[in-house]
Design a binder for this molecule. Structure first.
Ligand code: NZQ
Ligand code: ZN
Length: 390
């Protein structure tokens, strides 16, 4: 196990009706709030009314910025920064999913920064300060509610999508009420499950040896998400199953599961290029890429991939040699994604061989020479992975 520091400042408030505490929680951090949300599902569901009632009850002053799109746009972030400066906003309240939260984090880091917020995403310029962020989460998926990350798309420049990680981006609090996820359509539920699975798998496939506790925590979280996703697709109002997925989504990405180990992240970096080409949902892109990446790299450590196949995908221990066992696990994972309605080939989302060069170039550009840690992928490796995903 590697040396590590674990720190996560996000207060989690979990359970039924917890969104009604948002005013009191926000008041502890804010004088004036920017209420930030997406395309309007929160108005339809009544959540918008509950949140604004709670803020008003606690006399928290707020202004609003709706309109965050999936794969959130830099132009709206810039608009939010200007709005906050003009109105003396000192706290951002994000009500929605990963896109709304990531947009809120970018605004929070951008308000006190003299330069252009995009510097942080392109060059990794660290913030010296940032406004606080609070979250009412409506989709378990990105894990942004307790993560250090934010992912933004530059809509003025070929829609490049870039991630930025910094401790100051971690929200002050996150309200997680599984009831708020009952309204998720099956496809969005499945995309969320795929993203959660990918966050765990990116951490699981490591070169670091002797990490049994986190291996087993990862396996438990994976099995929980797989089982309960099947349940909520049968019954979208199954509170307990929605609750298991919601908590797993936060634990998957709050850094607990990579304590003492080094994750890979190549599939995520390649996926960001898919999303930037055709706006595919992040979880759908990952359902296509993760199995292809696994297939390409599993021979580097067949024992680890066989362990994954046996413990997570219930492949029989005497299935065959380690590599055959590993490949059977990957096949079952792909079948699972297909069974929950996700695409599993690039063709299904309109990505053709004509796009491969651009994807390989842009993915590498975001990490200089190579991508990923389990195997350091070069352009030609990325091209091979894309071929396996056809
Ligand atoms: O726009 P609204 O009306 O809010 O509708 C959203 C949106 O259309 C809808 N939705 C959300 N909750 C709902 C709901 N519809 C019905 N009922 C509900 N309860 O779902 C759609 C997708 O929302 P989005 O926020 O885009 O989904 P998600 O949470 O999957 O976030 C994806 C984004 O997060 C980034 C991804 O790259 C992508 O841009 N990621 C962020 C990470 C981080 N900050 O740590 C890590 C992840 O790996 C990921 O890269
Ligand atoms: Zn992700």
């Amino acid at each position: 196990m590697q040396n590590f520091e674990f720190y996560n400042r996000t207060r989690i408030v979990f359970g039924r009706e917890t969104q009604n505490n948002v005013g009191a929680l926000t008041k502890k951090h804010a004088k004036k709030v920017l209420l930030h949300y997406g395309g309007g599902h929160i108005k339809k569901s009544g959540l918008y009314q509950q949140v604004t009632d709670s803020l008003e009850k606690e006399n928290v002053a707020f202004i609003e910025l709706p309109g965050v799109m999936p794969n959130p746009r830099l132009s709206l972030v810039r608009e939010g920064i200007a709005l906050c400066r003009e109105n003396g906003v000192d706290f951002i309240l994000a009500v929605g999913g990963g896109s709304v939260i990531d947009s809120a984090k970018a605004i929070a880091a951008g308000v006190p920064y003299d330069g252009d917020i995009w510097d942080m995403y392109v060059s990794g310029v660290p913030p010296t300060e940032a406004l606080g962020v609070g979250v009412v989460l409506t989709i378990p998926a990105a894990g942004s509610e307790a993560s250090v990350g934010s992912v933004i798309s530059d809509d003025s420049d070929n829609n490049n999508k870039r991630a930025f990680n910094h401790e100051m981006l971690q929200p002050q609090f996150a309200i997680l009420n599984p009831e708020l996820t009952f309204s998720l359509p099956p496809y969005q539920t499945a995309c969320g499950a795929s993203d959660i699975i990918a966050h765990i798998a990116e951490r699981y496939f490591t070169r670091v040896k002797n990490v049994e506790l986190t291996d087993r925590l990862c396996e438990a979280a994976l099995k929980t998400v797989i089982r309960n996703t099947q349940k909520v697709l049968q019954d979208p109002n199954d509170y307990d199953a929605r609750a298991e997925i919601m908590w797993a989504g936060t634990v998957a990405h709050n850094n607990l599961l990579n304590t003492g180990r080094i994750g890979d992240w190549a599939s995520h970096m390649i996926e960001h290029e898919l999303s930037s080409i055709n706006d595919v949902a992040h979880g759908a892109g990952l359902a296509i890429l993760m199995p292809a990446w696994m297939h390409y790299v599993c021979k580097q450590d067949p024992a680890l991939f066989a362990q994954y196949a046996v413990r997570v995908w219930n492949v029989e221990a005497d299935f065959g040699d380690l590599e055959l066992t590993a490949l059977e696990g990957i096949r079952r994972q792909k079948d699972f994604f297909r069974s929950i309605g996700l695409p599993v080939t690039l063709g299904e989302i309109g990505i053709t061989p004509a796009h491969y060069e651009r994807i390989a170039q842009n993915t590498r550009r975001s990490d200089k020479d190579t991508v990923g840690n389990f195997v350091r992928l070069r352009s030609e490796d990325i091209m091979q992975i894309l071929k396996l995903a056809e």
